[in-house]
Structure formats: C-alpha cells, structure tokens
Design a protein around this ligand. Sequence first.
Ligand code: PMP
Length: 427
Amino acid sequence: MTSLYDRHKAVIPDWVALYYKQPIEITHGEGRHVWDADGNRYLDFFGGILTTMTAHALPEVTKAVSEQAGRIIHSSTLYLNRPMVELAERIATLSGIPDARVFFTTSGTEATDTALLLATGHRRSNQILAMRNSYHGRSFSAVSITGNRSWSPTSLSPVQTLYVHGGVRTRGPYAQLSDAQFIEACVADLEDILGQTRGGVAALIAEPIQGVGGFTSPPDGLYAAFREVLDRQGILWISDEVQTGWGRTGEHFWGWQAHAENGPPDILTFAKGIGNGMSIGGVVATAEIMNSLDANSISTFGGSPVTMAAGVANLSYLLEHDLQGNARRVGGLLIERLRAIGAGVPAVREVRGRGLMIAIELVKPGTDEANPEAASAVLEAAREGGLLLGKGGGHNTSALRIAPPLSLTVAEAEEGAVILEQALHSV
Ligand code: PMP
C-alpha cells in the first residue's frame, strides 16, 4: 500500500518543508499532547508552529466553533458579522493603538501584505526597511521583505527593500560589541541608509523577537533608538506580532511592549495563535492609516464567522486563565532548567528566550560555528523520546525552537526537559 508520505510527495510541491526523516501524521491532540497515526503520543513543544496557542482540543474553542458551524458557515464580510465585530473590538482595545481599526485576513502572510499596502499607500513610497534575518511570510511582497533570504524563492520584488542590522549578533564583528556599542552601530547603519534615501522610506517592519530566525531578541533599547530616528522622518513602524503576540513572551501581551519607549507601533500584524489553530490573521492600525487605503476591499474568508468564534472563545480563555502569567512562570522555570542542562552539553552555545518562546542554539563543540546537523539530530532524537520541537535560525537552522501551548504545566515542562536532556546527550 502506498504510504501517505509517498502520496504527499506525488501531489504536494517539493518546497513544502516537512519535519523528520519519516514525517509524522498527527491525528489528534489534547491539552499539550498530540498523537500520530501509529498511536505514538508526543508532548508538543512547538504547537503546530505556534498556532495552538492555548491547548489542543480546548473544549471552549471546540464548542464555539461547532455552535457557529451549526448555525452558518459562510464568509459574510459583505454583511454585518457579530463574531468579527466582537473580536475586532477586543483586539483594538488590547492593541494599545489609539483609535484602532482591525482588518482580518486568513494568514500572517496576508497580514504582512496588507500592512505593506497600507504603509506604501499612506506614505506614497514603496521603500521598506526590514531587518536582516527576518521572516514575514511567503507571498510575493512578504518574501521581498524577508531578510532571511533562504526563505525567498525570488529576488524580484514589488517593493524596494533596504535591510537593517539589528536582528542577529550571535556571530561576526557585532558579536564582540556591548549592547550599547551594538545599538550605536545599528543606529549609525540605519542613519546611513536613510541618508541615501532622502526621506522617502515608507516604513520599517520588525519582529520584536525574530521567530523563524531562531528566537533572537534585539538588545533592550535598540528598537526605541530606531524609532526615534524614524519618527523624525514620519516613517511608520510595523510590528510583526505573528509569533510574539497574545502573551507568549510572558512579560508582555505584545512583543512591542518590551520596546515601548515610543509608544505602540503604527501598524501591528498578527496571526497564528489567536485562532488556537483556526486560520486567522490580521492588521491593526490607527483609523487615519487604515482608512487611507483608497479602495473597496473585502477578504472573502478573512473574518469568517467560524474562525472569529474560535478567536473570541480562545481570547477569553487566554485572558481569564492568565496564560500570559503562566508563560512567564512556567517559561521562566523551563529556561532556567534548560540552561542548567545546556551547561553540561558542549554543543549548546546558548539558551535564550522570553516566556514560552525559548531557543537552544547549537554549535560545533569548541567553536562558534553553527551546527545544523546537530539541531536536526536532536529534533529526531526528541521525537523518538516523545517530544516535538521546532528548528530555526539564520540560513543554517542551528537553533531548536520551543514554543508550547501557553497552558503548559510545570510537570509537563519537566517532562519535556528530561526528554530534551537525553536527546542532547545522545547526539
Ligand atoms: N510573520 C512571522 C513573524 C511569521 O513567523 C510568519 C509565519 N512563520 C508569518 C509572518 C507568516 O504567517 P503565515 O504562515 O500564517 O502566512
């Protein structure tokens, strides 16, 4: 009989990335665990690329989805849509953006696209600043501003992108600098770029913590220093919160709040976790920016009642159960535990992160060289032990990414740490 993997290869493009030498078919989940088609149970430390924000098969979300699906499943952005308005009201308030408007899409990529449409239209410029090593999605415009060029299948672009330093400093000349020196160097780099563009830049887009880039945070104060320079020229700040939103980082609800000296971003994009697995993305901006788009626009599926019902139920659960606080507490314990484990493994260069967004960077022992082979081997070994992880970081993906559902318990964090310790020692 032909395996599902063989059937997959026969009809799905080669460039759709799959994890594991023998890819897993996940058939169901509960809480922080999932099961594959062979009946194996895994602790899920990657939450379906951070989409299962709260928990697998959360009864509150399942109930909201099935009740809405039982009433009507269509996309009704041409008509008034109660769950969409309700979710937009809540996100507008939470966003911190004054007089906010919310536009729903079905993915993070479309959210990026919409943000670019808004920024370029509002500023009458198609020059965009983006961070090196960033990831913003896979449409034509989103790959054009994705600094990690290995994710871009094309160098053609509808926007003119200028890449700014500040995302990674794990290697090369920047690695030697103190935070203050690094910030100074990056600001000088930004000013140099702006000097060449004569004030025509529309916006800078940045992830508060680079997700696909391997959960790397800029030093405190860097983005605030950037904003001061950009604000002087009216250049918009787009915060890509697709991975950092909804309390994942523990200390803050949004990633931008860790760099809040200059207030909220002009445009915020979100996706992934808000639907707890249902496809919701979106953009938040001030009414002035959002309504400057001079067009009729609908998104046939963005804001569909079923996904919006999931979003409302998921957001309510997240807030009522203080999952941000849980991410801070359990994430804090987990990172300490992983640092202790990493101290005994020569290939572990660094354990970094905030809340439940943690990465383990692997190197060739005794060097500073990236070690993607070890990252892949640990991923496989952890799977054997019953733990799902993510990978990321630069073009050679030598970081393991840990981003479990935010309801992770202390016992489950320990369960994962034990498996991870064995996996790290086995390779
Ligand atoms: N922005 C960031 C920061 C992301 O991590 C991703 C997805 N990994 C996207 C945008 C694109 O989201 P999607 O895959 O839903 O299109």
